[in-house]
Unconditional design. Structure first.
Length: 277
């Protein structure tokens, strides 16, 4: 029987039971991809992050401290903000890196280097900017979202749908079965906000997550789009999921910064009878 530590952290949260819960699993070396996928499926959270420390030689070569990967219940994903923030929190608070002002740098296969600056209560995540580009509206997208009025449709990794106001975002009731058939990782709906500069909701039924509570990777699209449209580099963004979450964001050109708080919900161990897939 093999034992592994596991943490569950609410990221981009205003207080416990808000924000987006992520599972974080520290590893000394990688498990098989199939096994990590099964662990993520068992956790049944939007993402489970696995991370492995780099060797001193790898640190010198890359400038990073850890290699990180993220799995939804259905698939490995190329970028996840909230689980990266949660992982930095675990390293900071649970693994002894206690000096405020330090940073943790992760290396990834598809998103390059990701940096998290550590403060006493707030964590600032630096991600690549991914401005959405205009695209033709795919067949079935607006019907799946229940939209019967003109909107702007764009795309980066996810489809990006610009609504006229916050109320339209709140009222949206997607058909998740139909939305699952749209050829994209997910769909972001966003609008100028009343309670913040920008509001959004994010749907990923094809990845096993109908509505994601708070989505850091979506703000790689949201921040450059709304920064240009509102002529502001600093934005307060709220995701209007049932749990809700707040991100304090800065457009840095090729990079975007998003800051938020984290709260530990649980820590413990899970057990595997064998290490095969």
């Amino acid at each position: 029987m093999h034992s592994f530590p596991i943490f569950q952290v609410d990221a981009f949260a205003e207080h416990p039971f808000t924000g987006n819960p992520a599972a974080v699993v520290p590893l000394k070396e990688w498990l098989s991809e199939a096994l990590m996928q099964r662990i993520a499926m068992e956790n049944n959270l939007s993402e489970t992050a696995f991370f492995v420390p780099l060797t001193p030689k790898e640190m010198d070569a890359t400038g990073a401290d850890y290699h990180i990967r993220w799995f939804t219940p259905n698939m490995e994903i190329d970028l996840c903000g909230h689980a990266t923030l949660a992982t930095a929190y675990v390293i900071h608070k649970m693994m002894g890196l206690e000096d405020p002002g330090e940073k943790v740098v992760f290396i990834t296969e598809k998103a390059g280097l990701l940096q998290v600056i550590l403060h006493d209560a707030w964590y600032t995540l630096e991600l690549p900017s991914r401005p959405p580009e205009p695209v033709a509206t795919p067949v079935g997208l607006l019907e799946a979202l229940g939209i019967d009025y003109p909107v702007r449709v764009m795309k980066s990794r996810d489809f990006f749908v610009v609504l006229p106001d916050e109320q339209k975002v709140k009222e949206m009731k997607p058909d998740f079965t139909a939305l699952k058939n749209i050829n994209a990782v997910g769909v972001i709906v966003t609008a100028p906000g009343d309670v913040a500069d920008v509001v959004s909701r994010c749907f990923y039924p094809g990845a096993g997550v109908e509505e994601d509570p708070v989505t850091g990777s979506a703000h790689c699209n949201i921040i450059p789009y709304w920064s240009a449209r509102l002529a502001k580099t600093e934005l307060v963004c709220k995701q209007l999921s049932e749990r809700g979450g707040t991100l304090v964001c800065v457009d840095k050109g090729p990079r975007v910064w998003m800051s938020g708080k984290c709260f530990l919900f649980l820590k413990g161990h899970f057990y595997l009878p064998e290490l095969s897939a």
